[in-house]
Design a protein around this ligand. Structure first.
Ligand code: IMP
Ligand code: MG
Length: 190
């Protein structure tokens, strides 16, 4: 299979943060742990569109237990690079989460506002349990404290794209995680 790699968009990429191999390795490790932790449980994976779609696809296929998958569309970022802080539901889940075990699959935890809201919302709806897998975290940017049980990679405070992460809807299909050249986003990331 051919993927879009950094070499294909090298004019706009400054450097790689997490390689395709590292992403695959981490997802396989977490999936093995989750398969063990949730064996014989009714597990629903929930991902926030669109950034977490790539992680959700790769992660779900690495599990050895049957799960359901559901998606929610929230607005938190708009088209820029900094969080608005206000969360609105654009498209809700189709599943009723009451009494079920929920694992939120996230691309990245930045301020933590989106995730903090979602964890509370799942609890409010009566989930039996709510845990989180986040492929990436920017610890230095955290404003809201949310427990991430299944951790991926910590990354520095730089605007990242690839493997689902976008800048103005671009670079989601890049096969690794990379940092854009500053001139591409013109210093928008405060
Ligand atoms: P938070 O609410 O500030 O934690 O933001 C979470 C969401 O913002 C993520 O799910 C991403 O969609 C987006 N986001 C945060 N940091 C980045 C980044 O570096 N690149 C692209 N999207 C990001
Ligand atoms: Mg986004």
């Amino acid at each position: 299979m051919v993927f879009m790699q950094i070499a294909d968009v090298q004019d706009e990429i400054d450097h790689e943060l997490v390689s395709k191999a590292q992403i695959e390795r981490k997802i396989a490790q977490v999936a093995a742990q989750v398969s063990e932790d949730y064996r014989n449980k009714d597990l629903v994976l929930i991902a926030v569109l669109k950034g977490a779609v790539n992680t959700m696809a790769a992660f779900s296929q690495a599990l050895s237990i049957p799960v359901q998958m559901d998606f929610m569309s929230l607005s938190s970022y708009g088209s820029g690079t900094s969080s608005s802080g206000r969360i609105t539901v654009r498209q809700d889940l189709s599943a009723d989460v009451r009494g079920r075990h929920i694992l939120i699959v996230e691309d990245i935890v930045d301020s933590g506002r989106t995730l903090g809201w979602l964890v509370q919302e799942m609890q409010r709806r009566g989930a039996a349990s709510v845990e989180v897998f986040a492929l990436l975290e920017k610890p230095s940017r955290r404003e809201v404290n949310v427990a991430v049980k299944y951790k991926g990679y910590d990354i520095p405070d730089e605007f990242a794209v690839g493997f689902g992460l976008d800048y103005n809807e671009r670079f989601r299909n890049l096969d690794s995680i990379a940092v854009l050249k500053p001139e591409v986003y013109q210093g928008e990331h405060a």
